[in-house]
Structures are given as structure tokens and as C-alpha cells.
Design a protein around this ligand. Structure first.
Ligand code: GTP
Ligand code: MG
Length: 268
């Protein structure tokens, strides 16, 4: 796995020599059975944002989106507040290329996967809509992809990252589950369940993501390991949810994450 230094990636420019520094897949990784991703010099970036009653938070997310983004796909989980109207009005006023799609079922995973199917960019970035993920970090994720990563996974626990949002119980659970993944999949991840990630759209096919809930990031990370994708961790600073309460239930969702970790490992 590539470790991206905050100082290396403060903008979207990557030295061509960085492309030579891509490590080979780890020993014991499954042999790749799909064509390698073609590195695009200036990728078009699709940002996917799941929203569920985030009317008081969504503006702070949209305001941080860099100006050269190709499209923003807001995936609404049948919000009963004014989230969608606020997002649409802000986008119209500021010329942000934003589309709202309604997810077919329930859950963050279902929302993201549905949003991915609507993306037309070269790169897909996932952001939360509660004000905890900072869209201004997007160029650092893109820089990691342009440096050769196929998945740039945000990490709150890599050097330079932090979280003001995670509770002690969730911190402990995330640590235990991350350690389990590292053991079973021979990875060296420092964070497992974080909503800020980016990958080339071509990776959707080999990743073949299907799930409903908060286990989506775990599925993404373990599938990337199983498919021997080149993974870079990007240090990320997670702020507190600005307003409202989390939709995540530590026990229920922790068990769903555990089921994904074990289930994927048992697959041929
Ligand atoms: N469309 C949609 N969005 C959802 C759903 N559940 C959660 N979200 C969104 O997913 C993001 C993360 O959910 P949160 O409730 O903040 O949960 P969290 O505790 O921060 O969980 P993680 O960030 O995923 O670790 C937020 O932007 C939510 O609005 C859902 O069922 N449908
Ligand atoms: Mg949150």
C-alpha cells in the first residue's frame, strides 16, 4: 500500500516520477484478472454524496467543493426535510453541476452504489453530507490516484489524519475490525469504516459492490485487497457532525461489518 504524505499532495500536481513508485501487489495477493486502469492526466471527478435529512448540513459540504469538479451526484434516501431543495437551490445559484437521484431502497450502501451507477467521470469520490468530511481535501485524493493508486482510501488514523467525530466505542470497534482485516487480508490499513474514499470508475466492475448499509466502506476495502488493487491511504481530518445525530448503530452495524469481513474471506 502507498502511504501518501500530506505535504506531497497539497495540490493536484504529481511528478511523473511518482508513477514509477507504484509497488507490485503484495505477495500472496490474488492474480488480477482485469485490465489495469489507464491513468488519465486530468481526470473528470464525480462526487457522490448520500443524504438523509441533512438540510442543516448539506450547504457546508457543497461550499467546500473545488470549482473544477465534473459533477456532484446527491443520492437522497427519501429525506423528509428540505435537504434536496437546499442542495438544488445552492447548485443553481453557484453553477455547480449537481444532480439529485433517489435511491431505490434504504441504507448508505444502497445509496452510494446507486449513485456510482449515475457517474460519468473518470474518478468517483465519496463524501458524507453531515459536515464531517471536508471537500477541500478532494485534490489530495485525486493526487494519490494520479500517482498510481486505484483506490485512495481516506484514513483518520494515518499520520496527519484525525477525528473529532468518532466515539470511544466506535474507535475501539474500528481498531479491532481494522486489525482483523489486516490479519485476514494481509493489508496494512489504518482505518476501515470511513466514508471519504476515491477510486477510478473502471474499478467499479472488479469491485462489484453489492450491500445496503454502513458496511459499504468495509466491502470496498476488502474487495480492493482481494482484487489486489493498488491502495493508497490519504490522511483525512474528520470534523464533528455539524447538526443532528448519526444514523449508525454501533452494535447492529458492527455486526454487519464483521459479516462482510468473514463472508468475503470465506469466498473462493
Ligand atoms: N441516501 C442515504 N444516505 C444515508 C443513509 N444513511 C446515512 N446516510 C448518509 O450517510 C452519511 C453518513 O451517515 P451518518 O449518519 O453521518 O453516519 P456516521 O456515523 O457518520 O457513519 P459513517 O460516516 O459512515 O461512519 C451521512 O451523510 C448520511 O446523511 C441512507 O439510508 N440513505
Ligand atoms: Mg457522520
Amino acid at each position: 500500500m502507498i502511504q501518501v504524505d500530506r505535504a506531497d499532495v497539497t495540490d493536484n500536481k504529481v511528478e511523473p516520477s511518482a508513477l514509477l513508485a507504484i509497488p507490485a501487489p503484495r505477495r500472496g495477493s490474488p492474480v488480477r484478472s482485469f485490465p489495469p486502469v489507464v491513468i488519465v492526466p486530468f481526470p473528470r471527478v464525480s462526487v457522490v454524496i448520500p443524504v438523509l435529512n441533512e438540510g442543516r448540513n448539506i450547504l457546508s459540504v457543497l461550499e467546500g467543493i473545488p470549482p473544477d469538479i465534473f459533477e456532484v451526484i446527491v443520492v437522497d434516501g427519501q429525506s423528509t426535510d428540505d435537504t434536496v431543495a437546499i442542495a438544488r437551490a445552492w447548485a443553481a445559484k453557484h453553477g455547480l453541476p449537481l444532480r439529485v437521484v433517489q435511491q431505490p431502497r434504504r441504507g448508505k450502501g444502497d445509496a452510494l452504489i446507486h449513485g456510482f451507477a449515475h457517474c460519468g467521470g473518470d474518478v468517483i469520490v465519496t463524501l458524507d453530507s453531515d459536515g464531517s468530511t471536508d471537500a477541500a481535501e478532494i485534490p489530495r485524493f485525486i493526487a494519490a490516484l494520479r500517482a498510481g493508486a486505484e483506490l485512495a482510501k481516506g484514513s483518520r488514523f494515518a499520520p496527519g489524519g484525525s477525528s473529532a467525530d468518532i466515539t470511544p466505542l466506535r474507535l475501539w470497534g474500528n481498531r479491532v475490525l481494522t486489525a482483523l482485516v489486516n490479519k485476514l487480508y494481509r493489508t496494512d490499513y489504518t482505518d476501515l469504516c470511513y466514508g471519504y474514499n476515491a477510486f477510478w470508475r473502471d474499478c467499479l466492475e472488479p469491485l462489484d459492490l453489492v450491500c445496503d448499509g454502513f458496511e459499504i466502506e468495509t466491502l470496498l476495502n476488502v474487495r480492493a485487497a482481494r482484487r489486489a488493487l493498488v491502495v493508497a491511504e490519504v490522511p483525512s481530518v474528520e470534523a464533528r457532525r455539524a447538526h443532528g445525530a448519526s444514523n449508525l448503530h454501533p452494535l447492529r452495524d458492527g455486526l454487519r461489518v464483521l459479516r462482510v469481513i468473514i463472508g468475503e474471506r470465506l469466498k473462493k
